[in-house]
Design a protein around this ligand. Structure first.
Ligand SMILES: [Fe+2]
Length: 314
């Protein structure tokens, strides 16, 4: 069952053509290296063109200890060491969305490796919501200017000789993107491993029916498309972390949204599960930093940077 009409969706049509071309030609398939941060269950990817030195980094992590308020670059430095050891040149620092469970290291990686920091154009809605929640001062711009590029749905991009296209996949947040690069798709917080299901939809601007339609769009990609997840939490009974699967495996086995699950049934299940979930441990620091494109708030007159904690507001 492919509920998505491909013919009426030019961005999806372009994505399928890119995947098909990569399946025919090894030179169009990205080489993907994953870095897993067990503290936040986040996977950062280095996506490289096999035919050149060009690479992109997807969803980087700035380490943060909420008890001490200390940041560190351990995770990001591992990515930098890999990129330098392989002789690569970063052309993009890609964010799938404004994460609520970890801080982005995109500005730090850009300073070290280069690459334009990009996110979806709907980030302006997220900035408006969280700018209001944190009562950010008027110097917090809500037009996305903290990023180097704001992607539109269906926009094409390249990493050396690799072709990419952006699919907007809202539902978890209004600004979520999936990046189709060759025969791979980096899905952010939409799908998780088939045995774990899907992303939550109870953050501001989230919506389960919207996520259903976004995921059905992703599931219209060819079954052989390699799927790279933003997170893994180990499903019950599984002892190892996994972050790569295929569209075919998700269509067949995803416990929330495999083929045959209706939108109404998905929404009921997703909303019931969301009512049982605690807020992510790092949501308040994460969104304050990530709404600024991964930049920490400016220091106060004593030279110290501060994050805010809104009481009884989330
Ligand atoms: Fe997320």
């Amino acid at each position: 069952m492919r509920t998505q009409s491909v013919a009426s969706d030019p961005a999806l049509t372009a994505a399928i053509a890119i995947v098909d071309a990569a399946r025919r030609d090894r030179a169009r398939r990205p080489v993907v290296t994953a870095f897993f941060d067990e503290a936040t269950f986040t996977v950062t990817y280095v996506v490289r063109d096999p035919g050149s030195a060009a690479c992109a980094v997807v969803d980087s992590v700035l380490d943060y200890d909420p008890a001490s308020g200390r940041t560190s670059h351990r995770s990001a430095d591992a990515v930098i060491a890999h990129v330098r050891a392989e002789g690569l040149e970063a052309v993009w620092q890609l964010e799938t969305h404004a994460h609520a469970d970890h801080l982005s290291a995109a500005p730090y990686l850009k300073a070290a490796l280069g690459g334009r920091v990009a996110i979806g154009e709907k980030i302006v809605r997220v900035q408006e919501t969280f700018g209001t929640l944190f009562n950010a001062a008027s110097d917090f711009a809500r037009d996305g200017r903290q990023f180097d590029h704001l992607f539109k749905d269906g926009e094409r991009f390249s990493i050396g000789g690799l072709d990419g296209v952006v699919l907007q996949v809202p539902g978890h947040t209004p600004a979520c993107l999936a990046y189709v690069i060759g025969d791979a798709v980096f899905v952010g917080d939409t799908l998780f491993m088939p045995d774990y299901g899907t992303a939550r939809c109870d953050f501001p601007g989230g919506d389960a029916a919207t996520l259903f339609r976004s995921i059905r769009r992703l599931l219209a990609l060819p079954d052989e498309t390699r799927v790279f997840l933003c997170h893994d939490y180990k499903a019950p009974g599984r002892t190892d972390y996994r972050w790569e699967t295929t569209i075919g495996a998700e269509r067949r086995d995803n416990v929330h949204i495999r083929d045959g699950v209706s939108e109404a049934d998905f929404v009921t299940l997703r909303e019931a599960r969301d009512r049982t979930l605690d807020m992510p441990r790092l949501i308040l620091p994460s969104v304050q930093v990530n709404m600024r494109g991964g930049h920490l708030p400016e220091p106060e007159d004593n030279g110290v940077r501060y994050l805010k904690i809104p009481l009884d507001a989330v």
